[in-house]
Ligand binder design. Structure first.
Ligand code: CA
Length: 450
């Protein structure tokens, strides 16, 4: 009897779970009644025509629980995917970047994902078969940038008082002492040869510290960084919010730098899908872009940020209390170790536009910086610099972004006319001119060309 009851319970639970998934798909996962602060209702479906109706209502997108993912989360929770006909869009939380890579290689048909959120230049490395199993090339399409800023470098409390701040020059002697003592400073990123690795390397090298010789670099998944710093696995790490700021909140360490300080309005993470999905589903690709663009515009309204914190806080997404997320989303950072606090919305994560231009538009000049920085550290051979334009023209689909923006009625002022964002300037005064990446490489004292 007990067994039958139990069995019945299991069946009922399974049915409930199945209908929950079904509802989520059909209704575009409307916000829970108590999810937000009573904000916007689920939008009406867009007036879809044969030209704009997606070829498929399905798309499976991978995400990681960091601020970069919020436009995808908002597009789902606010019903923007459903509005543009992607009524069966699914967000799939990835355990780490390696899992995301493996899942896009499998594709949704094989139980993986069609694409989603990526650090740069991961879509290029996957496209080229440089980080896939057996070096299989999985052609990719870069569709939009998800965000700028909202990342940082956190340092363990054990390193307090050593001047490990934005300008590292005063700490150089200390780094050398550690190295000579056989206990070099250990710094972690969430995946090698991508954003987080680049931010920590740029910061170290700008302070005169050679990341390949004077420190130990290691990989730790974003969600494990707090636990690993607590147990003393590393002294510093670079990752997306909210994880670095948790370190300060939990009194485990302090912030050395925000990426917003290292390179204001820097390129961060991107929306990219398998190129075969994009080719088979051009209208669905534009529907996806329209939904993400609408979410990005919603995200950049300061008055929406408290509700955004409530939504991202949910267990299915960050599983972190909203009150920890909200200050960072408003540009409020406690830096610690005697540094002044930051309270400036300009320093917060941004999703739609900044004074430097569009955030969402995938400027090809920024892809070129990622490829150039890959050459700087010997991750890619120097031949990639000469071949960069051809490769970027193949992978970067800014053409689709523009078409989607026009169809969505985005103001022409918000649709960039050029694929170049122009000259970029870093905190140490170095500049990157996309017209001449070699000059940038030549200007850098610390590098490891291959
Ligand atoms: Ca990031």
């Amino acid at each position: 009897m007990e067994a039958i009851k139990r069995r019945k319970f299991l069946v009922t639970s399974a049915l409930t779970a199945a209908s929950a998934v079904f509802l989520k798909g059909c209704l575009g996962n409307p916000p829970e009644p108590n999810a937000g602060s009573g904000g916007t209702p689920t939008p009406q479906a867009a007036n879809l025509t044969p030209e704009t109706t997606p070829e498929t209502p399905k798309v499976r997108l991978g995400f990681l629980p960091i601020f970069e993912a919020i436009p995808l989360i908002i597009a789902q929770e606010k019903g923007y995917f459903a509005k543009y006909g992607l009524t069966e869009a699914v967000l799939s939380k990835q355990a780490n970047w390696g899992a995301a890579r493996d899942n896009v290689e499998i594709g949704a048909a094989g139980g993986g994902i069609d694409g989603g959120q990526w650090q740069m230049p991961m879509p290029y490395l996957i496209h080229e078969g440089l980080i896939t199993k057996n070096n299989v090339k999985v052609p990719m399409a870069v569709l939009a940038m998800l965000n700028t800023q909202g990342n940082g470098i956190a340092i363990s409390k054990t390193q307090a008082g050593k001047q490990i701040h934005l300008d590292l020059a005063p700490a150089k002697a200390y780094f050398q002492q550690l190295k000579q003592a056989g206990t070099p400073f250990r710094a972690a990123y969430t995946f090698p040869k991508a954003n987080q690795d680049f931010w920590i390397r740029y910061w170290l090298a700008a302070g005169g510290i050679n990341p390949d010789q004077e420190v130990n670099l290691l990989t730790v998944p974003a969600a494990q960084t707090v636990a690993n710093m607590k147990t003393g696995t590393m002294e510093g790490f670079s990752t997306g919010d909210p994880w670095p700021a948790r370190i300060v909140k939990d009194d485990i360490g302090f912030m050395a730098a925000l990426t917003a300080q290292i390179w204001p309005n820097h390129p961060e993470e991107y929306l990219a899908l398998r190129a075969d999905w994009v080719e088979q589903n051009p209208k669905a690709t534009k529907a996806l872009l329209k939904a993400v663009m609408e979410a990005q515009q919603w995200c950049d309204q300061p008055e929406n940020r408290p509700e955004m914190a409530q939504i991202a806080a949910k267990a299915a997404y960050f599983n972190v209390p909203a009150q920890i997320l909200e200050p960072m989303l408003m540009g409020k950072y406690t830096m610690g170790d005697g540094q002044p606090d930051i309270d400036d919305f300009n320093m917060a994560v941004k999703y739609w536009k900044t004074e430097k231009g569009s955030v969402s538009y995938p400027y090809k000049s920024l892809d070129l910086w990622f490829l150039t920085e890959s050459v700087r550290w010997g991750f890619l051979p120097q031949t990639y610099l000469t071949g960069a334009k051809t490769l970027i023209d193949k992978v970067n689909r800014s053409d689709l972004w523009k078409e989607a923006a026009q169809e969505a009625g985005i103001a022409s002022a918000d649709i960039p006319s050029s694929d170049s964002r122009g000259v970029e300037t870093f905190f140490d005064g170095k500049t990157f001119d996309p017209e001449n990446p070699q000059t940038y490489l030549d200007s850098l004292a610390i590098k490891k060309l291959a």
